[in-house]
Design a protein around this ligand. Structure first.
Ligand code: ATR
Length: 265
């Protein structure tokens, strides 16, 4: 359920998971206006639906329709997965776990003790901060166009680890980051946040939570700036889907063939 939702790869991904694990599911797209969101969720479940993925712009509203929330959804203040339990709807957020699994398992990146630069302070950044901090990185610096928004997020998550905030122009270029994560929506506008090229060193991983055919504006920029490695968010997309599928069906799909399939399309 989203608005818009026509572009979503989730039906393809869950279709592959279902085939692979021999699960009899039907998964489609529902385009729902924000004003009709809670009624649409009620209708979906009273009509016999068992689980929903929630995407932009409904992730915060989805928190409110859930009777129960997992701790990671509570911390994120956003829900991307709803599951029907015996006595109500459970809200979960699998985005951050999806990112962490892609970084650590698929890409072999060590988050523990890493110095992380997180670009953006909107919903996408908020959704991944808790799971990232749970891996015990050395520090996370949140850089955003609107500095106050970054500061508020750093303050909120500061109790979970070392989190600081600044504007794009104030990033300390003398500091090598191990990971530069793009959680802004700039790639969707085919632009890159105004960050100095010096922050992406030859040893760094640049990761764009956005994805598209080939490089995004951010991974293209990072490669030109001389980054060691640049990745788009296909792995995060498939891994967050796998977490949702496991919650609904109690069976863990193999993400590797699905990731290969979406990347090659
Ligand atoms: P999402 O749920 O995708 O995070 P959002 O909550 O609207 O969406 O947040 C969008 C993020 O991308 C914000 O950090 C935004 O910066 P501001 O908070 O300063 O608005 C950032 N963003 C959007 N377009 C951008 C651009 N062209 N350059 C840099 N940052 C951009």
């Amino acid at each position: 359920m989203g608005h818009p939702v026509a572009h979503s790869w989730s039906p393809f991904i869950h279709g592959m998971f279902a085939k692979q694990t021999d699960q009899n599911i039907s998964y489609g797209r529902l385009d729902v206006d924000p004003e009709e969101f809670s009624q649409a969720v009620d209708l979906f479940f009273t009509d016999g639906g068992k689980g929903l993925n929630i995407t932009i712009p409904h992730k915060q509203a989805a928190c409110l329709v859930a009777r129960y929330r997992t701790p990671r959804a509570e911390i994120a203040g956003a829900v991307n997965t709803l599951a029907l339990l015996d006595d109500g709807i459970l809200g979960d957020n699998t985005d951050g776990a999806g990112l962490v699994t892609d970084l650590t398992r698929n890409l072999g990146f060590t988050l523990t003790n890493a110095r992380i630069l997180l670009l953006g302070a909107g919903g996408a950044a908020r959704g991944v901060l808790g799971p990232l901090l749970a891996t015990a990185p050395e520090s996370i610096l949140i850089a955003n166009r609107g500095v106050e928004r970054a500061g508020a997020l750093a303050k909120e998550f500061g109790m979970l680890g070392s989190v600081h905030a600044c504007g794009f122009g104030d990033i300390d270029v003398g500091t090598p980051f191990d990971l530069v994560l793009n959680a802004t929506s700039a790639s969707l506008q085919d632009t890159v946040p105004p960050i100095p090229a010096a922050i992406v060193g030859a040893a760094a991983l640049a990761y764009d939570m956005a994805y598209g055919k080939g490089d995004t504006a951010f991974t293209r920029w990072a490669k030109m700036a001389g980054v060691g490695r640049a990745e788009t968010g296909w792995g995060m997309l498939v891994e967050q889907a796998a977490e949702s599928f496991t919650l609904w069906r109690g069976i863990k799909p193999d993400t590797k063939p699905v990731l290969d399939a979406v990347k090659s399309r």
